[in-house]
Write a protein that binds this ligand. Sequence first.
Ligand SMILES: [Zn+2]
Length: 65
Amino acid sequence: MTREALLTRAPEPFTAPCVHCGRTTTAPVVVGEMTRAGGPPMVQYACPRDAARYGAGPSPEDEIG
Ligand SMILES: [Zn+2]
């Protein structure tokens, strides 16, 4: 490995705005798709904290049993 390789900046992580709180998250979770007329569907993301609200994974409200 060269010294230059260590000094180059790491690529920007993929970020997306959360559909619930609106904050940009570096670990977006796909929670749905919004179909748009005359265009490709827009993927909706949520931050890991809010992803459970949209059915992506267990939430505290889930009943166990
Ligand atoms: Zn959020």
